[in-house]
Structures are given as structure tokens and as C-alpha cells.
Design a protein around this ligand. Structure first.
Ligand SMILES: Cc1cc2nc3c(=O)[nH]c(=O)nc-3n(C[C@H](O)[C@H](O)[C@H](O)COP(=O)(O)OP(=O)(O)OC[C@H]3O[C@@H](n4cnc5c(N)ncnc54)[C@H](O)[C@@H]3O)c2cc1C
Length: 506
């Protein structure tokens, strides 16, 4: 690999090719840096890997595209238009909720059908929903528009934002906010699930994350034709066209630091790459534990005020991928399949570390929109089940198969009749795979949890407070997990690089 700085351009090494890493690499390149992106897996995309088995295709991770303009911004950096490469199609409904009593609730863009759907559960909640959207807009106007792209590296920034955060009632949880406006217990569940999309329990995730309601309403919910993998491929094409050097299948073992400055990185094969800046898209708790010296207690406190033993990680994820030998045309593109318990189940997952007999699921059927995911006459599915992360010491060699059978049986009895007979080519990922494949600490699905004491200045900083040429982008840093969050974190890195750099970035 020829990766040292040449012709006066600063050399930026990006560790990890998830969406945060890809976005940061593009932004650094647009600022005139020489950029090398190193990814340990064979393919870019991070959690957005693609699996192809027996003619069935599966996006491994993200499937719901919100705020698509954030991706177009990356193309626009180089005067290109995303429309020349990809097609985002709006979904109707956005999600179908399936409740344990067999009722369904279609949630989507069209407000007249939303009113009808809500009224069928509780007519009073129609107005309540409008109030919830309006409260969510207030939070969005500050939480997303003003804070998501703002560096929170200084405590003074946090202090400045305290009046806004108090005005937003950031101390309140998502479920408290929803309960204030919605009466029906099933609708309360439906409108509270957003934190689960970024790794949080709605019962203790700060209400700031309610901004996702308005984010969806403002820009819609889309599917990228060809899948999220096609989005990764298009971004990889852009990286290559712009001359970013990409090295896949290379694990970075150490980040070299001398006198509080990163000097380069050491790969697993012993190779050294020298650079003036390192942007980590790898999980920050893993980076600080395994790739850098531990530092003094003071330095550790500077990095993040919360000690490790008080750190709350997001839940683990169990994802079952399968095909079916028939089609299920009545199943929506996205189904949230909710079991009988909600609060108790979440407590089991997040607090008790217990894998309960029951579960709630997210069912993805991309073939509802894009037939290329399965052979003709068949469907492709993935089912995501939130589970405890690896802090709970579950034996996934045993639990993986049990959970697979429980899920297949529950879906056979409900939305996928005869699944036990029609399922084919199935396999799964459990939290051990998240630990081993993505180097995610405790196999967490979304890095550290999005609770108030782990948000903004309290989250891993986008710039190390001592090692000033070390930056972070991705789910574990500000603003947090989810594609809009991690792509926004790269914007924060861009701002910090421009502010702090010894080199001239354009
Ligand atoms: C199953 C699932 C479904 C999801 N669904 C959605 C959704 O529908 N919509 C949405 O917006 N979000 C969704 N999310 C969340 C979203 O996918 C993630 O928050 C986001 O993709 C994380 O991106 P990231 O930039 O943090 O990097 P990651 O995707 O975590 O990638 C980091 C990369 O760094 C690499 N790496 C780590 N250590 C090293 C090293 N030492 N050397 C080299 N490389 C290294 C890893 O291999 C990995 O590829 C989902 C997540 C999962 C897991």
C-alpha cells in the first residue's frame, strides 16, 4: 500500500468502512486530503453487509432509509447527483405494526389514512398524535437542525445548550413524551419504538430521540432499490472515482501515538501506515480498550466522564435471514411484530440481561418492493429480534437455534402461515458475530446506548481531548447511531478538522 503523505496534502487514515467512515473519507477527500480507508471485512458498509445464499439476497443491517438528502450531500461534494446512480422509492405504509391480538396498524405518510388508522384504536388519539408530531417538530428544530451537526467536544458547548435541552425536556424519556399525548396502550407502543432503531429502551431514552418522528414525517421513509448494499456500492464507486485508497480485509491492530499525537497505524500483518490524521469509524470503546494505550485515569476521564462500569451499552441483536419457497404478498415491506409484553420484555433485554421466552420482532420483506432479492415465486426475509448484549453471558451456541425455532413458530402462527414448511436457506447473526465481525464491544448492536448521560458532550467525543489529530465518526460518537446520525457525525469531524487543523483544509 502506498499511503504516505505526498505533495503537501495531509494524509488522513480512516479506520472502518461503515457509513460514518465512508462519509468521513469523502468529506476529507473533498477538503483536499489524501485519504486511505482501511476496513477489516472484505466489503465496505460496516453493519450494512450483504449476504447472498441460494439465490436469496439479504441486506444484513440497515434497511430503512430516512433523510436521503444526507447521502446526496456526499455526491454533491463532488458535483455529482445521487439520482444518476440510485433510486430511492417511498414506502407505503412506512411500517405495519402487528399486535399480539391480531390487530394491525399501518403507519405512513398519508395523514388522512393515519387519522383513520388511529381512530380505529382510539378516536381521541387523533388529536393526541397531531400534538405528538408538533412536540416532535419542536425537538427536531433544535435536536437535529441545531445540534446534530455541532461538535460537542467542549464542556462549554454543553453548558451553552443546557437551556435548549431543558426547554426540550431532554430529561424526560421517549415513552413519557408519548404517554403525555397518546392514550391507547397499543398506539403508545407503536409511537415509542423509535429509540429501538438506535439501540435504546424507550423507557429510559431521552425524549430528544422523539425527533425521529418528525424526521420521518418531514422527509419520508424510503427503500433504496437494490438494497442498502447498492447504496454502499454507489458510495464505494464515488470513493474510488475521487481517488480514495481503499484497503479491505485489513484489521488495524494499533494506533501509534507519540507525544499526544497520532503518527500512524499498525495493521494485523505488521504493516505500518503513516498519517497526519486518523478518523476512527471503529467502535470507540473498542478503540480505547484495544487499539490505544489505556492512558491515565485523568485522560480516561477527559475522553468521557463516565467510567466503564457505569456505561450502558445498547442491546444486542439476533438477526435471522431466510428465504421462503412461496410469496407472502400480504406482508408489508416493514412489519413491527409486537408480542404481548412490552415494558417487561424491554426490562428483560436491557436491564436484567435475560433472554425471555417471548419476543418482539422487526420483519423485513424487501421483495415487497424489489423482486431482485429472491428467485421468482419466492420471498426474501430478515427478522430482527432485540436481545441482551454479551454482558449477559448467554450461550449463543445453544440460544441461537432455540430462538430461531421460536421465531419461525411464532411467525408461522401469525403473519407467515406455514413458514415452518416454506422456510429455506436460513442462517443468523447473534451478538457474538457483532463482536467478532464488527469489533463491537459487548456485541452491542448500536455501540453505547442513547441515554441522556451518554449523549452530546457525554458521548464519546468526535475528537480526542488529548490526542488532537484523532477523530471519531459513527454510532458511538455524537450524534449517535442510525444512518442519519452516523453520516451527520462525519460532518462534525469535517468541522473539527477545519477548526483545529495545522494543515490547510479547503
Ligand atoms: C440489524 C441492523 C438493522 C439496522 N437498521 C437500520 C435502519 O433500518 N435504518 C438506520 O438508519 N439504521 C439502522 N441500523 C443502524 C445503522 O446500521 C448503524 O447505526 C450504522 O450503520 C453504523 O454505522 P457506523 O458508521 O457506526 O459503522 P459500522 O457499521 O459499525 O462499521 C464500522 C466498521 O469498522 C470496521 N472496523 C472495526 N474495527 C476495525 C479495525 N480495527 N480495523 C479496520 N476496520 C475496523 C468494522 O468491521 C465495520 O465495518 C441498523 C443496525 C443493525 C445492526
Amino acid at each position: 500500500m502506498t499511503a504516505n503523505s505526498t505533495s503537501g496534502q495531509p494524509h488522513v487514515i480512516v479506520i472502518g468502512g461503515g457509513f460514518g467512515g465512508i462519509a468521513a473519507a469523502l468529506r476529507c477527500r473533498a477538503m483536499g486530503a489524501k485519504v486511505t480507508l482501511v476496513e477489516r471485512l472484505e466489503r465496505l458498509g460496516g453493519r450494512a453487509q450483504v449476504f447472498e445464499v441460494d439465490g436469496f439476497k439479504h441486506d444484513a443491517g440497515p434497511t430503512v432509509i430516512t433523510a436521503p438528502f444526507l447521502f446526496n450531500e456526499l455526491f454533491q461534494l463532488f458535483n455529482e447527483d445521487i439520482k444518476d446512480h440510485l433510486q430511492f422509492v417511498p414506502l407505503t405504509p412506512w411500517y405495519r405494526f402487528y399486535f399480539h391480538d391480531g390487530r394491525t396498524f399501518d403507519y405512513g405518510q398519508d395523514m388522512s389514512s393515519m387519522r383513520r388508522e388511529i381512530a380505529s384504536f382510539n378516536p381521541d388519539d387523533v388529536d393526541g398524535y397531531l400534538e405528538l408530531v408538533s412536540a416532535s417538530k419542536g425537538i427536531f428544530d433544535v435536536g437535529f437542525s441545531k445540534l446534530a451537526h455541532k461538535p460537542f467536544t467542549k464542556f462549554s458547548t454543553m453548558i451553552e445548550q443546557i437551556p435548549s435541552l431543558l426547554a426540550l425536556r431532554a430529561d424526560r424519556t421517549v415513552s413519557q413524551l408519548v404517554a403525555k399525548h397518546i392514550k391507547d396502550p397499543m398506539l403508545r407502543r407503536a409511537f415509542s419504538i423509535q429509540p429501538l432503531l438506535v439501540g435504546g429502551n424507550p423507557f429510559n431514552t431521552t425524549a430528544i430521540y422523539s425527533l425521529i418522528h418528525y424526521l420521518e414525517r418531514k422527509w419520508g421513509v424510503f427503500f433504496c432499490m437494490g438494497g442498502t448494499g447498492a447504496l454502499v456500492d454507489a458510495l464505494e464507486g464515488l470513493l474510488r472515482r475521487q481517488g480514495v485508497e481503499i484497503a479491505t480485509g485489513k484489521d488495524i491492530r494499533r494506533i501509534e501515538v507519540s507525544s499526544n499525537k497520532v503518527t500512524g497505524v499498525i495493521l494485523d500483518d505488521g504493516q505500518r501506515i503513516q498519517g497526519e490524521y486518523v478518523v476512527c469509524n471503529a467502535d470507540p470503546p473498542t478503540v480505547y480498550k484495544e487499539m490505544l494505550d489505556r492512558g491515565t485515569a485523568f485522560e480516561r476521564r477527559l475522553r468521557r466522564p463516565l467510567p466503564e462500569k457505569l456505561t450502558k451499552y445498547s442491546m444486542g441483536l439476533y438477526v435471522l435471514y431466510f428465504g421462503t419457497t412461496r410469496e407472502y404478498p400480504d406482508v408489508a415491506h416493514h412489519t413491527i411484530w409486537l408480542g404481548q409484553r412490552f415494558k417487561g420484555l424491554l426490562k428483560d433485554i436491557f436491564d436484567r440481561g435475560k433472554l425471555a421466552e417471548d419476543f418482539s420482532l422487526y420483519v423485513h420483506r424487501p421483495t415487497a418492493t424489489d423482486k431482485s432479492f429472491a428467485p421468482s415465486g419466492c420471498d426474501s426475509f430478515y427478522v430482527l429480534c432485540p436481545v441482551p448484549n454479551l454482558k449477559s453471558n448467554l450461550d449463543w451456541e445453544i440460544e441461537g437455534k432455540n430462538l430461531r425455532d421460536g421465531i419461525v413458530s411464532a411467525l408461522s402462527r401469525t403473519i407467515l402461515p406455514d413458514l415452518e414448511a416454506t422456510i429455506t436457506s436460513d442462517f443468523w447473526m447473534d451478538p457474538t458475530d457483532f463482536r467478532d465481525d464488527y469489533r463491537s464491544r459487548h456485541g452491542a448492536g448500536f455501540s453505547i446506548a442513547p441515554i441522556f448521560r451518554q449523549s452530546a458532550w457525554f458521548r464519546y467525543r468526535n475528537q480526542d481531548p488529548r490526542i488532537r489529530n484523532l477523530f471519531f465518526t459513527g454510532a458511538g460518537t455524537h450524534p449517535g447511531a442510525g444512518l442519519p446520525g452516523v453520516v451527520s457525525s462525519a460532518k462534525v469531524v469535517e468541522t473539527l478538522l477545519k477548526e483545529s487543523s495545522e494543515h490547510h483544509f479547503s
